[in-house]
Design a protein around this ligand. Structure first.
Ligand SMILES: C[S@@+](CC[C@H](N)C(=O)[O-])C[C@H]1O[C@@H](n2cnc3c(N)ncnc32)[C@H](O)[C@@H]1O
Length: 234
């Protein structure tokens, strides 16, 4: 399966600074986005025991889920060795190592049987997939009937003034600071492009429907800078 060009390598390069820059660029609001997304997902989900975190990275979404629902077991897949290594370290620091299994695998070709998980979740991962339809259909395949999907992503603010500030921040400030701190020339310009070129809000609904999901809804967070999608497999 053809992955977006060297995406795993790109995240390998920025992994050591990923968490620091994430919290810096979002002014720590990303913690609130994860918390709210998980809270709302758990409200709609039935009994949750097995969870798949797709593109788990450094495990922030999984750690938040375990904070709110300590009994679940999580399998996290990712393409980047370095993001996985950092995620494992963080799970150990939080004494959650026995709660999360990290696996190097692609979201586009998951090594799991159909109907394996009660919840499939993915934070800031889907816009990196080289084939969104394929990724969503894999998520639907491994989700149990009645299971719950959560996708957290960046979106684009509707308010024109906020959109203006957003463009300035993400197209100029972020690449500049990202280059300085991560010492990577391209990673943080890639970020802005990947958000600008991606679908958001209602545009995501046909993709989710095509993949076989129902009961689709979304919640925008902080002026629509981030967005949480919820859907179910009947
Ligand atoms: C922006 S990070 C998000 C990490 C984490 N979910 C979070 O909320 O911080 C995106 C992650 O997606 C992973 N990724 C990108 N494409 C992938 C794919 N096709 N399969 C699995 N992981 C992928 C990258 O390696 C990276 O760790």
């Amino acid at each position: 399966m053809q992955e977006k060009k060297n995406i795993g390598k790109l995240f390998d390069r920025i992994a050591s600074r990923y968490d620091f820059l994430n919290h810096l660029f979002s002014l720590n609001i990303d913690r609130y986005w994860r918390r709210e997304a998980i809270r709302e997902m758990l409200r709609s989900a039935g009994k949750v025991s097995e969870v798949l975190d797709v593109a788990i990275g450094t495990a922030d979404l999984s750690i938040e889920l375990l904070r709110q629902s300590p009994a679940v077991h999580i399998t996290g897949i990712d393409l980047s060795d370095e993001m996985i290594r950092r995620g494992k370290q963080k799970a150990e620091i939080h004494r959650l190592a026995d709660k999360i299994d990290f696996v190097k695998a692609s979201a586009l070709e998951m090594p799991y049987a159909d109907n394996s998980f009660d919840v499939v979740m993915c934070a800031y991962g889907v816009r990196n997939f080289s084939d969104l339809e394929r990724g969503l259909s894999e998520m639907q395949r491994v989700l149990k009937s009645g299971g719950q999907l959560l996708i957290l992503e960046f979106s684009y603010p509707e308010n024109k003034l906020v959109a203006w500030a957003y463009d300035l921040y993400f197209s100029h400030v972020m690449p500049f600071v990202g280059r300085l701190v991560s010492r990577d020339k391209t990673a943080y310009s890639y970020f802005y492009q990947s958000v600008k070129n991606f679908v958001w809000g209602e545009q995501m609904t046909p993709y989710l429907k095509k993949a076989g999901f129902n009961h689709i809804s979304f919640t925008t967070l902080t002026f629509g800078i981030s967005i949480a999608y919820f859907a179910r497999k009947d």
